[in-house]
Design a protein around this ligand. Sequence first.
Ligand code: EPZ
Length: 423
Amino acid sequence: MNYLTINGGKRLSGRVQISGAKNSALKLMAASLLGHGTTVLTNVPRISDVFTMIEVLQRLGAGVSFEDNTLRIDTSGEISTIAPYDLVRRMRASINVLGPLLARSGHARVAMPGGCNIGNRTIDMHEAGLTQLGVRFTFDHGYLEGIADRLVGKKLVLDFPSRGATENLMTAAVLAEGVTVIENAAREPDIVDLASFLNAMGAQVWGAGTSTIEITGVGRMSSTEYQVSADPIEAGTFALAVLATGGDAELAGAQPETMEIFLEKLALSGAEWAPTESGIRVKCERRPRAVDFATLPYPGFPTDLQPQMMAFLVSAEGTSIVTENVFENRFAHTQELVRMGADIRTEGHHAVIRGVPGLQGAPVKGSDLRAGAALVVAALGAEGTTEVHDFHHVERGYEDFAGKLRSLGADVELMVETTSLQV
Ligand code: EPZ
């Protein structure tokens, strides 16, 4: 088990390259099962979730190679339709093989993804939509099994703009007979990435990025080559790391048009940002002002930046009110921030942050990848040394996090846990 030590107080500056988006790459990897040939994905981040998805695809019978940031996925052979229990339990995104397997083979047997510490995260909307397309589901021994003699396009309405449900319905509908319309669809950048990828394979997907996606089924899809777009959540995380130290740096590859509300909230805090030739420049030369924000599905403030934004606001001037609308339980990081001297009170979906002049380093534990990243943001601006334990969570979604921070001037080191720390 790794942990990161951070000696706070160093001002970050310079330039950091933002990697391809985890929450896009994982879906494109699953969707490659729709083709019969070799898919090439470039700008794929080297993170543990990608290696887990590689294992899922290999266990299904695909041939996969990963050199630098280029993935080659050969799905020309026999593909099993049973997704391994241990891997789906380890990573919820494995459920995204459900749609492609049903479209390719008319059958899928996938372990129910575990809940996690940010919420119960059921898949009822995935199941309801696929059932309307003609899938018959049974559930036994922890597995969800779907069978479909044929998939027929329908008009579907999602109760909530779920990203996973939208993606599974898109990848099932591309080979269904007739037209599928998904109303109240998720609008995140990874949905747009997935639609572009599917269309490059020969699909007919229109409206991705809006709440209404229309898909006309085609007979067959072919493998393709595609570049994964930059990760807005990694970009936002590094922006807050730089700002928490009063720094000034460029986030190369970041796309401001995918981060509008987040950047607006940064400006309200008194931080400055500007687009550059290759990304975004951020700087903050004064103590930030308190800012209220509420997480919502895209284009609202992303829940995956809520912990990191909190870690920036804990030392702001004034009181910030944070509302978490997407997950039931995504405030685990607040107690760890309090351990560093923050003044935060949570009540249901709300958190009240009273700004303090500064934080002190302490041994803390990140319970999921964004909570861990938030504790690093707080530690960079804190006085003294912090240890962020359970760092393997962070390594699920950030390529070379420590190396990138060091390149901006941070004093951080990745350590190996010798004793289990009770914090
Ligand atoms: C994606 O998860 C992301 N993961 C999450 O990022 C992100 O936090 C989440 O979207 C919300 O933006 C990946 O893309 C791999 P949802 P997903 O379906 O698809 C409920 C990270 O840090 N729901 O939009 O699972 C669900 O419980 C991770 O990178 C149902 O109730 O999210 C949750 O409360 C964490 N029934 C809400 O909707 C369903 O059938 C949002 O879920 C589906 C979802």
